[in-house]
Design a binder for this molecule. Structure first.
Ligand SMILES: NC(=O)c1ccc[n+]([C@@H]2O[C@H](COP(=O)([O-])OP(=O)(O)OC[C@H]3O[C@@H](n4cnc5c(N)ncnc54)[C@H](O)[C@@H]3O)[C@@H](O)[C@H]2O)c1
Length: 413
């Protein structure tokens, strides 16, 4: 296969970045050591559609060391790092991605990667699964199964399964404890603020930060915003999550109210139109908006464009929208995942866990996929425990062990 990347000469910096993250992913390093010897994926082909940065690259190489032939694409036009793509090509993977690709190129890349005829897939957001169920249906019979990295993709899969249209088993890797408790919460929490801060170079302390969605990502975003000294306001649609936010010590109000007082708005809902025309109409001069949910529809950008009299880029990854009354509103990273489009994504120590979930999900599919009906599955519980044990060992943390009497008392026998 002929890879499609920006520039192979960028590879040295990509290799350096991959080497750096390896230092902080001990669970993946142990997986690499173990499975590069046994090569369980020998003869198998994989398509991976994930944010193409250093941690993803390391996982893709581990699958390759474990015997798989791998084709990889990005899962967002702005999250691909061209030097990483180049490094992977040098290491013998089939790569179809470049930073800033058009929507058409983005889908062409996934289409090209699928020419490898995968046995197993890893998706992030559902576009790969979508293409397999529409344009590339001829490949369905070959697929053992796959796994999905994020909340939005899992929602799309469950929709497909409910309509009886899902054609192969998919593991909701996102819904594994060892993924969402750490990746969605601490990973998104830290990396989103890293993306916002490096993009704006402004102080967070003292600002009114409006966070939409108090799910796993929203909790992380709110927790870290508070740590940075912000006055955090939560908007929610779920009454239970809203109460949780109140008892976590945050102010909760509808977006119609929050829009008037916010300095920085951050959407993390997986929903669309969370911030829209009537909100732009009442925002303060200088208000900033960013999204860290999967798709760029949480902030209604076409409505923002229509409501403004001019639009220009004022700093890398920051667009200024001037309103008729002279107010300036700012949009970060085109409303795409700000932690990836304007940053490097989750910290390596976090992706050490998420990608261990992906690796063991793929092993599970390899061993049991043929017997699994098309549906959305959770990763087996014991794998969560296995990953947690490996991480604790790497962290040098030991914990207590139940005595036989305690096991009996807790009815665990
Ligand atoms: N940036 C990243 O790196 C990253 C990482 C993981 C997940 N994600 C994405 O972030 C999004 C959220 O994921 P999650 O795991 O937190 O999901 P979640 O389901 O745990 O939480 C989403 C929350 O948003 C709320 N919500 C829905 N519509 C709303 C609206 N209009 N206004 C206010 N609140 C609303 C829901 O009630 C829910 O509590 C998804 O799109 C997911 O794919 C991004």
């Amino acid at each position: 296969m002929e890879s499609m990347i920006r520039d192979i000469k960028l590879a040295p910096s990509g290799h350096d970045k991959i080497e750096w993250v390896k230092n902080f992913m001990p669970v993946m390093a142990a997986i690499d050591e173990e499975f590069s010897k046994t090569k369980p994926f020998a003869g198998k082909k994989m398509v991976i559609t994930l944010h193409l940065e250093a941690k993803t690259a390391y996982m893709a190489e581990i699958f390759q060391h474990a015997g798989a032939e791998v084709a990889i694409t990005g899962s967002n036009p702005l999250s691909t790092q061209d030097d990483i793509a180049a490094a992977l090509v040098e290491d013998g993977l089939n790569v179809f991605a470049w930073h800033g690709c058009t929507e058409e190129e983005y889908f062409t890349f996934i289409d090209k990667a699928l020419d490898i005829k995968p046995d197993i897939i890893i998706d992030d957001g559902g576009d790969l699964v979508h293409l397999l169920h529409t344009k590339r249906r001829e490949l369905l019979e070959n697929i053992i199964g796959g796994s999905e990295e994020t909340t939005t993709g899992v929602h799309r899969l469950r929709g497909l399964a409910k309509e009886g249209k899902l054609e192969f088993p998919m593991i909701a890797a996102n819904d594994a404890y060892m993924k969402f408790l750490f990746d969605n919460r601490y990973g998104t929490g830290q990396s989103t603020w890293d993306g916002i801060m490096r993009t704006t170079n402004l102080v967070i302390a003292g600002k009114n930060v409006v966070i939409s969605g108090y799910g796993w990502c929203g909790k992380g975003g709110a927790m870290r915003a508070r740590g940075l000294g912000a006055n955090v306001i939560i908007t929610e649609v779920d009454p239970i999550k809203a109460i949780e936010a109140v008892f976590d010590g945050f102010r909760v109000m509808p977006m119609d109210e929050a829009a008037k007082v916010g300095d920085i708005f951050l959407t993390l809902t997986g929903d669309k139109d969370v911030i829209r025309d009537r909100h732009f109409a009442v925002m303060k001069n200088g208000a900033m908006m960013a999204n860290s949910g999967h798709f760029d529809c949480e902030i209604n950008i076409p409505e923002l464009d229509r409501a403004s009299v001019s639009r220009r880029t004022v700093r890398n990854n920051i667009e200024e929208f001037k309103m008729a009354d002279g107010r300036k509103l700012y949009l970060l990273a085109e409303g795409r995942l700000v932690n990836l489009a304007a940053g490097d994504g989750h910290p390596a120590e976090i992706m050490d866990l998420s990608f261990a979930v992906q690796f063991f999900s793929a092993i599970h599919l390899l061993e049991h996929g043929k017997d699994m009906k098309p549906d959305v599955y959770l990763m087996p519980e014991e794998i969560n425990t296995k990953i947690a044990e490996r991480k604790l060992k790497a962290l040098g943390v030991s914990i207590d062990v139940l005595t036989p009497e305690q096991r009996a008392y807790l009815n665990l026998e």
